[in-house]
Write a protein that binds this ligand. Structure first.
Ligand code: 9MR
Length: 447
């Protein structure tokens, strides 16, 4: 399903030639994440979009993960767009897919301040009406999927950053008791589902996570059915809280499970090899922290591919937050998750592909240039060679490549017949150009 690829990321100039190092990538022979997680007794999950569960997206979702979370399909606004009129199609589809692939489903989410239907948020309700609307919603949805959902994010994002309760439809209308009520109603509808409270910015020990801790402690002392805490973990590159494992442990010590429910690590775009390596380290520390605590149930990523991530639209200029790129190539973060789950990935190739620029002939106003791309210990399935002319040279005609020039910037892409550069092989293309004054050799990068 996954093919051998060479990461194109880091180019270094060596006197007119570009060195291209291969980035660590996963290979088809590597053990799927779900098998590694199963061996650890952990969940490795992903949020999914139902309509995308075909083709490569479906293949990866089914092969690599042992748990699915509907990204939006089970939210109130999706399932009951008009009062009393239900749309379960995407939720049903995801549950069916999960069952066909022997995966758990994490239900997400029953009580939230966001993505509610407008009939609900625009209505004016008495306290009693609001309470019964919530009760009916929970009973209906949890009841519909009784026995099919391993864990529910019953209450989502109940706290503000300072640890006080967030002002929401539910808190404002029903008081803090809505949390215990929601858990109780969910338990009545499916006694076997694990019931969670889920929030963000509660990964480390801080005011918000301490408020959550105190709530869970209180709920447990009162016998309210609370089984776990979800730490969403929408993280920023290089900012995994150092107290993550300690925080997971303190919840575990209360007698509840902990799940990392929405992991992603966003970075300022564009990504590069350094950022991707940092991201891999971040993913690894999160998964390590979960593996280190027995009551940590597992880790779910909030979308497994950069083509299906909420980040770019919410944080303009940021993205590349998931373990697979937009073309479904596993990133270093993928290998890091595998390693943290006890797997080994094929070591990164130590070889490189290089591009060497030369000028075989030159006359009064013209010259013939040549670029040879050679690979050793690495390979390319397609290539693009780029450089900037330093003295006003212009390409007039090219062969064995398609070259475009804009100002001084040149970009030459492979022809259909010479796209592959095998390990130990090379490809050469050439061009005629014009020059005057001088004709210095430019630095070529591959990408
Ligand atoms: O991934 C979800 C995205 O498609 C929605 O547009 C967004 C709307 O808020 O919600 C996203 O998922 C959220 C999740 O349900 C709760 N935690 C934060 C997630 C990212 O916003």
């Amino acid at each position: 399903m996954r093919s051998l690829r060479t990461g194109l990321s880091l180019a270094a100039l060596v006197t007119g030639a570009a060195l291209l190092f291969a980035a660590p990538v996963a290979h088809a022979a590597d053990t799927p994440l779900r098998d590694l997680a199963d061996a650890q007794g952990k969940v490795v999950g992903t949020a999914v979009t139902g309509s995308k569960l075909t083709g490569t997206y479906g293949d990866i979702a089914g092969a690599q993960f042992n748990s699915l979370t509907p990204g939006n399909a089970m939210k109130w606004g999706t399932v009951e767009p008009a009062q009393g009129s239900f749309n379960w199609s995407e939720a049903d589809q995801i549950v069916a897919f999960a069952q066909a692939h022997h995966q758990q489903v994490r239900g997400h989410t029953l009580v939230w301040h966001s993505q509610n239907p407008s009939w609900l948020t625009n209505g004016s309700w008495t306290t009693a009406q609001l309470g019964s609307l919530l009760r009916n919603h929970i009973s209906t949805e949890v009841g519909r999927y009784k026995g099919e959902i391993a864990a529910w994010d019953v209450v989502n994002e109940p706290f503000d950053e300072d640890g006080t309760y967030r002002s929401t439809l539910w808190y404002d209308g029903l008081g803090a008791g809505y949390i215990a009520d929601a858990l109780t109603w969910a338990h009545a509808a499916d006694p076997d589902a694990k019931l969670y409270i889920n929030d963000y910015n509660v990964e480390g020990v801080n005011a918000k996570s301490t408020a959550l801790y105190n709530l869970v402690k209180d709920l447990r002392s009162r016998g309210v059915p609370i089984d776990g805490v979800g730490l969403q973990a929408h993280l920023i590159l290089g900012q995994v809280p150092s107290s993550l494992q300690q925080n997971i442990q303190r919840f575990a010590d209360l007698g509840v499970d902990v799940a990392i429910t929405e992991l992603d690590v966003r970075m300022a775009l564009p990504s590069d090899a350094t950022k991707l390596a940092q991201q891999a380290a971040d993913y690894r520390s999160v998964v390590n922290a979960c593996v280190a605590v027995a009551r940590c149930a597992g880790v779910t990523v909030w979308g497994f591919t950069d083509s299906d991530s909420w980040v770019p639209s919410t944080f303009p200029g940021y993205g590349a937050a998931t373990p697979y790129d937009e073309n479904y190539a596993p990133k270093p973060a993928y290998s890091a998750i595998a390693a943290a789950l006890g797997g080994t990935t094929t070591p990164p190739p130590t070889g490189a592909c290089t591009a060497a620029y030369s000028v075989p002939s030159q006359w009064n106003t013209g010259f013939t240039g040549q670029v040879r791309i050679s690979c050793s210990g690495a390979s390319l399935s397609s290539w693009k060679a780029k450089w900037t002319f330093g003295a006003g040279q212009r390409i007039t005609q090219a062969w064995n490549a398609t070259c475009t020039q804009s100002g001084s910037a040149v970009s030459c892409a492979n022809a259909s017949y010479n796209d592959a550069v095998p390990d130990g092989g090379s490809v050469t293309f050439g061009f005629n150009g014009s020059w005057s004054g001088s004709n210095p050799v430019p630095a070529v990068t591959l990408g």
